[in-house]
Design a protein around this ligand. Sequence first.
Ligand SMILES: C[S@@+](CC[C@H](N)C(=O)[O-])C[C@H]1O[C@@H](n2cnc3c(N)ncnc32)[C@H](O)[C@@H]1O
Ligand SMILES: *[C@@H]1O[C@H](CO)[C@@H](O)[C@H](O)[C@H]1NC(C)=O
Length: 272
Amino acid sequence: MKISAALSPFWDLLLAIQVALLPTLRSILANPTLLFRPNALTRIFMAYIWEGGFGNGTDENGRLPKTQLITPNAYGVVLDLGAGHGHAVQYLDRTKVTHYVALEPNAQMHPFIRASASPAGFSEADGTLVIIACGAEESHKILSALPNNRPVDTIISVLTLCTIPSPLKTLHNLVRDVLRADGGVFLFYEHVLSEREDVQWWQRVWTPVWTVPFDGCRLDRATHRWVRDLKIAGEDGAKEPEGAWREGELWGKEGESEENLFWHQAGRFVKE
Ligand SMILES: C[S@@+](CC[C@H](N)C(=O)[O-])C[C@H]1O[C@@H](n2cnc3c(N)ncnc32)[C@H](O)[C@@H]1O
Ligand SMILES: *[C@@H]1O[C@H](CO)[C@@H](O)[C@H](O)[C@H]1NC(C)=O
């Protein structure tokens, strides 16, 4: 394992502090009670990181895999988990997608979602853009906020499953209750736990530091395997859990080094 790869998060952390510290201090001055609300504080810090170039930079880095994943596969009502600035909307094929539903608990990001959605042809005025301000773990709230309260055709997660609480349970409930049966597609592009032990070791070392400024983001989640192996329990718990997918595939990011601590996997899974 190259030492430069092992230490790479350090430079990102430094850059994150550089862009987000001053605006966060200004927010604290304007509203000192933030000091006693650590969750709100890390959220504000994350919002400034994203505004300070990380949002656009991360999108640029993932342009090719996101085009391959999202453009041919997303259709109907699309739910974007942890939409951030709504970068995913530009990859949607407007002739196949009827609604863009952006789930984003960080309200400071909502104006950016509106700004991204508008040139892509989605607006709140005609109901084709819906912004939901809760977390991915709140599946009942999500369902009740969806167009016609109906499950969606497509769920997209780009670099969000690293952050959500109780990821296994959240995934289970989203796929069972929020994704439409018989043809609903789950699309993700995530950085995940490496298959290599030396890389895993560094991912686990960095995670407790990384989570603080990046709103809970972890480097050590085997998200790709959790999605692939997902089983759905029957409504009343009487039935044995069954495989969630009719078909699916996993792939990596072209040209990415195995030593990258942010090792990416993409997946397309179709619900039974
Ligand atoms: C690394 S950003 C990715 C944003 C966007 N998907 C993109 O690709 O640019 C992770 C996002 O997840 C959001 N997030 C944090 N906690 C969440 C939760 N419990 N449920 C859903 N999203 C959450 C953050 O606010 C942030 O916008
Ligand atoms: C991100 O890039 C878009 C398109 O180039 C630009 O309009 C926007 O202002 C940028 N956002 C930030 C926060 O820098």
